[in-house]
Ligand binder design. Sequence first.
Ligand code: ZN
Length: 147
Amino acid sequence: MAEAEPVLDAHAALQPIEDILSYHAHIYYDVARTRGVAEWLRERIAEAFPVQIGRWHDKCVGPHTASMYQVAFEVPVFARFVPWLMLNRRGLDVLVHPNTLQPRADHLVHALWLGQRLAIKGEVLSERIEASQEDAVIVNTRPDLGL
Ligand code: ZN
């Protein structure tokens, strides 16, 4: 079950898009049913995009409530990678969120979903982190099809 979005403050200051340091796409799968699709998608992403592909997490980690792997990418990659995911996710659910040093809001408020919206454990996420805590995206310069 997806949780309700926090009530938004209409009087809060506008947040500039320059606050977005990078993005993550979390590709969710079911170990028994759709891991093969996730493997296929991972290989296609690695072939085609300058992104950083994270480890397989068959067991839930962090705020996530389903198996997934993470794809980290820099701001300019969004314009081609996210539309490509729209067309090629093969039924997998995908969370795309910005990284603005506000992990809880980035996952719960600033995110977009392709497919179903899954539950996110917001309570394990920090409200705010320092810039030094935000991992730099280390772009694949060659395809990384390994695990
Ligand atoms: Zn993330």
